[in-house]
Design a protein around this ligand. Structure first.
Ligand code: NAI
Length: 504
């Protein structure tokens, strides 16, 4: 076993390189910073100094520790100055040929034991390493921006990367205070791969016209607890960035339908509706980049509808929903009711109403998974009347509970999006891209979701997640929704989604 990494070289002193230099120096490593443009090195060291001094001012760091860290960062004038490093990480321009050239030059400059790492966000680590004489020492070390605050790093193992190089990088990651997750080299690694389901399924719901973008965003925030909805996120990133990433991941997985974007995303990109940066995306923004909210009339609860709901069967309301109906006038039979409230999970409202032979005009679905005092999602079918919708919404308005109305969508909105996130993560585990625990950590820290997909799937019950996906698959006949065998097997055996596969 080799000595742990102490002497670090960083090539590329931009947004990522300066952050990596900072966290390594703070952890006690000596750092040599190199950039083809020497001015970039001086502005990077200035930036690191400012960031450390602001941490001192906030009482997060002692002046002595900040000074010591700054003294550990030195400027390298040539690649040969990196000769004594235990590890060199590159954070230069995202181009395969330039990165390959750099790694070949580094191989000639450093000692035989030196680990070479790449911070590439989208290129194949295998391809970058392929140009080296010794690809065994090359691994991915993928940080997130800003490096000092995003405490997650993916350590990417290409097929020929030595286990020792991975161990050394994972160990250094923990020493700098980051959660390291070990990932086998595959498109999008873990974080960018796992993040596909949220935005792609959000866009699919919009393309189906299940609801308008602001309703879908509000459901995912209020009911499921996401920090922002998919359309707020797309506006923040910009469609000029997001659409090429969606298309690239889809093609890197040879057109797998799970990653297929919807056409409206590219159409909006072509129309220049990029998001905040152009002042108009899914939302409109003012000159300062703040969202311009259009006023929506608040719903007041004045009606007191007679409501019927089934006590048994697949559409029976769960206790969590019944608890929201305590003030409601419940009637014994459907024909006495103004509103028929059903909680289908596998099927949409049209299929449910037809199966139960109910009056479509009075039928409204309620999300049985994410319905709470934070908000409820109501689903209508083409036959539901506007009077019924108003009556159903008034039940919740009277209690100051937000209600969101969507048209037919098996799995409503939040359960459907979360089921797709869980399914994609299960497929990643099935393919051995990373362990379920590492995928959970990557999604929580890297994407900021309220829970990791495996812990979320377990909380919802793998059987219910599977039922939602089977319903989507049956409704649309789309391979996008085919359940991962990882999920199917654990649901069938009533086991936790975190249960690993056996290997013999
Ligand atoms: P940047 O543009 O801020 O900095 C790149 C630096 O590399 C520049 O200072 C440039 O002068 C220098 N450089 C370019 N070619 C060079 C070469 N051949 N030799 C030496 N120096 C060279 O770029 P940023 O954002 O720091 O990205 C760097 C890498 O990190 C890219 O591979 C990117 O995909 C990856 N990355 C970026 C993230 C981000 O949010 N910015 C997140 C995760 C990874």
């Amino acid at each position: 076993m080799r000595e742990e990494i102490q002497r670090v070289g960083v090539v590329g002193a931009g947004a990522m390189g300066r952050g990596i230099a900072q966290v390594c120096a703070l952890a006690g490593c000596s750092v040599q910073l190199f950039d083809a443009n020497q001015d970039a090195v001086s502005s990077a060291t200035g930036f690191v100094r400012e960031d450390l001094m602001s941490a001192v001012a906030r009482g997060k760091l002692s002046q002595a520790d900040a000074n010591a860290a700054l003294q550990r960062v030195a400027t390298a004038r040539t690649l040969e100055d990196l000769a004594g490093c235990d590890m060199v990480v590159e954070a230069i321009v995202e181009r395969l040929d330039v990165k390959q050239q750099l790694l070949c030059a580094l191989e000639a400059a450093v000692g035989p034991e030196c680990v070479l790492a790449t911070n590439t966000s989208s290129l194949s680590v295998t391809a970058i390493a392929g140009a080296c004489v010794n690809p065994g020492r090359v691994a991915g070390w993928h940080f997130f921006n800003p490096v000092p605050r995003m405490k997650l790093v993916e350590v990417i193992q290409a097929p020929r990367t030595d286990a020792e190089a991975v161990r050394l990088l994972a160990n250094l990651s923990e020493r700098i205070g980051h959660r390291a997750i070990v990932v086998s080299d595959s498109p999008g690694f873990v974080v960018n791969h796992a993040g596909r389901a949220f935005v792609t399924e959000g866009l699919k719901l919009l393309a189906e016209r299940a609801a308008e973008h602001h309703v879908l965003d509000a459901i995912l925030r209020s009911c499921a607890g996401f920090r922002m909805g998919p359309f707020e996120l797309l506006d923040l990133t910009g469609l000029d960035v997001s659409v090429p990433v969606m298309e690239s991941i889809h093609s890197q997985f040879y057109g797998d339908d799970r990653y297929r974007p919807v056409t409206l995303a590219r159409t909006r990109l072509l129309a220049g509706l990029l998001g905040r940066k152009t002042g108009q995306g899914f939302y409109a923004y003012d000159g300062k980049g703040a969202k311009v909210e259009s006023a929506r009339a608040p719903l007041t609860g004045t009606l007191e509808p007679a409501v019927w709901w089934p006590a048994t069967g697949d559409e029976a309301l769960p206790e969590s929903v019944v608890a929201l109906l305590s003030t409601c006038r419940r009637v014994e039979t459907p024909h006495e009711a103004d509103v028929l409230l059903l909680a289908p999970l596998k099927r949409d409202m049209s299929a449910t109403v037809a199966e139960l032979q109910l009056d479509a005009a009075k039928a409204v679905g309620i999300d049985p998974v994410f319905g709470s005092a934070n908000g409820v999602t109501l689903m209508v079918c083409p036959g539901t009347t506007a009077t019924t919708v108003d009556a159903a919404r008034s039940i919740f308005a009277m209690q100051s509970i937000k209600s969101f109305v969507v048209t037919d969508s098996p799995g409503f909105v939040a359960p459907r999006v979360v089921a797709c996130i869980v399914n994609l993560a299960c497929e990643m585990a099935q393919q051995g891209i990373a362990s379920p625990q590492d995928i959970d950590a990557a999604v929580r820290i890297g994407l900021g979701y309220p829970a990791g997909p495996f812990e979320w799937g377990d909380r919802l019950d793998p059987k219910r997640v599977l039922a939602i996906l089977e319903g989507l698959y049956a409704t649309f006949g789309d391979q996008r929704y085919r359940p991962s065998p990882w999920l199917v097997r654990r649901a069938k055996l009533s086991m936790s989604l975190l249960t690993p596969d056996r290997s013999f």
